[in-house]
Design a protein around this ligand. Sequence first.
Ligand code: ADP
Ligand code: MG
Length: 398
Amino acid sequence: MKSVSDLGDLRGKRVLIRCDLNVPLDGSTITDDGRIRASVPTLNQLREAGAKVIVLAHLGRPKGQVDPKYSLAPAAKRLSELLDTHVKLATDVVGSSAESVVEGLGDGDVAMLENVRYEPGEESKDEAERGALADRYAALGDVFVSDGFGVVHRKQASVYDLAKRLPNAAGSLVKAEVEVLKRLTEEPARPYVVVLGGAKVSDKLAVISNLIKTADTLVIGGGMVFTFLAAEGYEVGKSLLEQDQIEAVKGYLDEAASGGKNIVLPSDIVVAPEFKADSPPTVVAADAIPADQLGLDIGPDSAKVFASVISSAKTVFWNGPMGVAEWASFATGTSAVAQALTEVDGLSVVGGGDSAAAVRDLGFEDEQFGHISTGGGASLEYLEGKTLPGLDVLEEQD
Ligand code: ADP
Ligand code: MG
């Protein structure tokens, strides 16, 4: 991949930059601005080079339709504060507002297009439809910088097709993320422990077969753990469960056992009668989840075991909260795991939007971890050894 510095003199050039500004919102209030802050260094580099900077980004899943709920306005406001300059937001993606906003840019100025996912072409599976939109993006700029690490695993118009149409480079965030992931895949210091949790069960189950090969130990919590407990033959009550994945999980457990790898599952679970912040929690054994309750966190004994496995590792990658960490009653397991990561004598990496938000919310500082990745899905796919379209498409360094 080329760097921004390989793009030559950028003074007066229109630079289209794909950023990942997909932050969690409560109404129009940003609850974790980590991804916006992570985008700042490359944007400042471009401004200092005298470029006219045009940011492309998405928020949530408006599915090809204009929906004010998913406007990038809160992100533009926060970015203005962080860059200490007014970042103008076009009211459309590639229409007349976008054109006039770009037209009005001076050297070193920054503007944003509206949510690229307002356009049906952005996420289309049809190459021609994506290409038509990418042509319109490309008409707004002279060069392209890819810095939205959280989306590089997506074959989308502003990530993939646009890169095919303009001279391009990777931004400093994408470069930094890839460097850390390389350290995880190329001879990681051992023991190498991978901790998985969160809610995107089927997505994450798919990565396990690969991680079993590279990591020494897999530690499983969060919503996906119930499919593992079900595979062990336990009842999981009303907990999150992917019935159709139980056979695959049995396969992973066998594969781990025959390959000398450990899969560490919780021995106790915090359950509650309802999926609600104030539902009364009780701790039960993992093989005794009552039929009318659901698991919302790992229990205290499990938290101790998980913490000791993690803190004695030399390399740790963690994606996905151990429970519903947004709610104080069910955040204890996630907090224990985060604390253990801070004690690792080696490389500790936290990946995933919700995981990063959870550790900050629980009072940890970014500096306590080796690296906090802005991309959960992208990191996992990289660790799986998959080709990421948004990286693969970028020009090679000369
Ligand atoms: P990330 O964004 O870090 O990749 P995910 O999006 O996969 O993580 O998962 C985060 C979500 O998982 C959180 O909103 C959290 O509430 C939810 N979650 C964690 N444990 C459970 C559980 N036991 N049951 C239901 N949801 C859970
Ligand atoms: Mg998430």
